[in-house]
Design a protein around this ligand. Sequence first.
Ligand code: 13P
Length: 249
Amino acid sequence: MRKYIVAGNWKMNNDLTETQSLLKALKHETNSGNAQVIVAPTYVNLYPAIEVLKDSDIIVAAQNMHQNASGAFTGEISAAMLKGIGVTTVILGHSERRAYFYESDELLAQKVDTALSNDMRVIFCFGEELADRQSGNHEKIVESQLRNALFHLSANQWSKIVLAYEPVWAIGTGETASPEQAQDMHAFIRKVVGGKYDATTADNVTILYGGSVKPANAKEIFSKPDVDGGLIGGAALKAQDFFEIVNAF
Ligand code: 13P
């Protein structure tokens, strides 16, 4: 049975004080749904987040990680550093990393390998741009992103992979994919994974939707059979909104 997850990607928001107060507020919300809750604050606030959430079920994830184990990579953070403070889940391949920091599928394949060899769970983001959707190439793009970054893995390694389909045109724009568009793409993704691996791997992989998910639209999107949760940006920055989304499950 696959896991349901609602994850908040805080991006470059919230200083230390804001992080602590948002997390304290999240701790007091009740998770009455079926989803595991994850928050991804910025690097410098990961350890304080772990401290605040010590006695809570909320899991702390990193937003990125370097592909090398250590060395002369000024400004970068390794898997071992994350694990050393208790972070065992990492978001990789976010479209903002791809667009602003030129992260390619090939680089992401390396990052995925590094994460998995450190026994970390990966939330792998991918999704088409508006032009791809308009030209009808969205499935082709999504399939190639999966193939290039993940299809070298063994079926066993997929137990550590969570997919996050985030159409770029829906991120931070207020425009979501319709529940039908999300369902169609998630079903397609599961079919592609099943074709490469097997029905069990496809059935067990959690596929999150991300892109302008809000309390007002979460329930409808999450009601689709192949949508196993969400990766939430803007709406994850308010405790009440985030938990309304969590409880939409
Ligand atoms: P928004 O929810 O702000 O559109 O962001 C989605 C996202 O990029 C999550 O990773």
